[in-house]
Design a protein around this ligand. Structure first.
Ligand SMILES: NC(=O)c1ccc[n+]([C@@H]2O[C@H](COP(=O)([O-])OP(=O)(O)OC[C@H]3O[C@@H](n4cnc5c(N)ncnc54)[C@H](OP(=O)(O)O)[C@@H]3O)[C@@H](O)[C@H]2O)c1
Length: 258
């Protein structure tokens, strides 16, 4: 259980892994700051957490905007408690096009939200994390940050960059009271990831998980986040790679055909 007075900021908390992480960290005793663009979803989440006896604050924030991230940092600074945890989760994929034809705009979007979003929010909150004396930065990258696959060039490039950011930051913070943890999930079935990737095409999004007995859930990843964040502070889990049992590697997925 975290200290009752410590703040955890979770980006991309309006759905999927971020929302599950916000719920779980609140249950662990953190005061959760839930950030994403859709204020209505954040408000509903915060209400739900508070109804269960937890503490949470909704802060609408677009991680691709300097001004919006500055607003997040200001809102966090207004809370009385120290900030000990930042979960850089906002992100996603767009398209499954080959490098030869993938729209530049999709690559740009993926780089901006996954990589520069993580950079902006980390830069904005690092001073507070250092001041806490026991900070943790978690970067939600992906197994796509470790290996590439056909059609995944833009997403893999962005996730590899997030991985590079996390590794570099850990080196640069050596000697400071902030640990840097990278979590790399494989196949996770969340409500919106596939829809965003395939421009709202629900059938195509569902096809990703076709025949896979038990893809990971958002709660499984929230569990990984909570486990890393609640180790004694001298324990730095550098990288946690997690896949469903049915996925032995990026290209090796067991599917049962009906
Ligand atoms: N699902 C998977 O299989 C999987 C596997 C490995 C890694 N991941 C990574 O895990 C993270 C969460 O994925 P998920 O499956 O939970 O996806 P999701 O359900 O689509 O959630 C993505 C979240 O990011 C937020 N977001 C998007 N653009 C944003 C922006 N500009 N500013 C602030 N927030 C923004 C969205 O909220 P708003 O739209 O309200 O802003 C949403 O809350 C992502 O980084 C993803 O790459 C996912």
């Amino acid at each position: 259980m975290a200290s009752v007075a410590s703040v955890a900021v979770v980006t991309g908390a309006s759905s999927g892994i971020g929302a599950a992480t916000a719920r779980r960290l609140a249950a662990e005793g953190f005061h959760v700051v839930a950030a994403a663009r859709r204020a209505d979803r954040l408000e509903a989440l915060v209400k739900e957490i508070m109804m269960s006896g937890g503490r949470a604050t909704a802060v609408p924030c677009d991680v691709t905007s300097d001004a919006s991230v500055a607003g997040l940092a200001a809102a966090v600074a207004g809370l009385a408690a120290p900030v000990t945890l930042l979960v850089n989760n906002a992100g996603g994929a767009r398209g499954l096009d080959p490098v030869a034809t993938g729209p530049v705009a999709d690559w740009q979007w993926m780089y901006d939200v996954n990589v520069l979003g993580t950079l902006r929010v980390t830069q904005a909150l690092l001073p507070a994390l250092e001041r806490s004396g026991a900070g943790t930065v978690i970067v939600l990258s992906s197994t796509a940050g470790l290996i590439v696959y056909e059609g995944g060039g833009g997403y893999a490039a962005a996730k590899h960059a997030q991985t590079a950011l996390a590794e570099t930051l850990r080196l640069e913070l050596c000697g400071q009271p902030v640990r840097v943890v990278e979590i790399d999930p494989g196949m996770v079935r969340t409500e919106e990831f596939g829809l965003v990737r395939f421009g709202g095409d629900a059938e195509r999004a569902a096809g990703v998980y076709a025949g896979v007995a038990e893809p990971l859930t958002a709660e499984d990843i929230a569990d990984c986040v909570a486990w890393c964040a609640t180790r004694p502070h001298h324990v730095n889990v550098d990288r946690l790679v997690v896949r469903p049992l049915a996925q032995a590697a990026q290209h090796k997925v067991h599917r049962v055909t009906p």
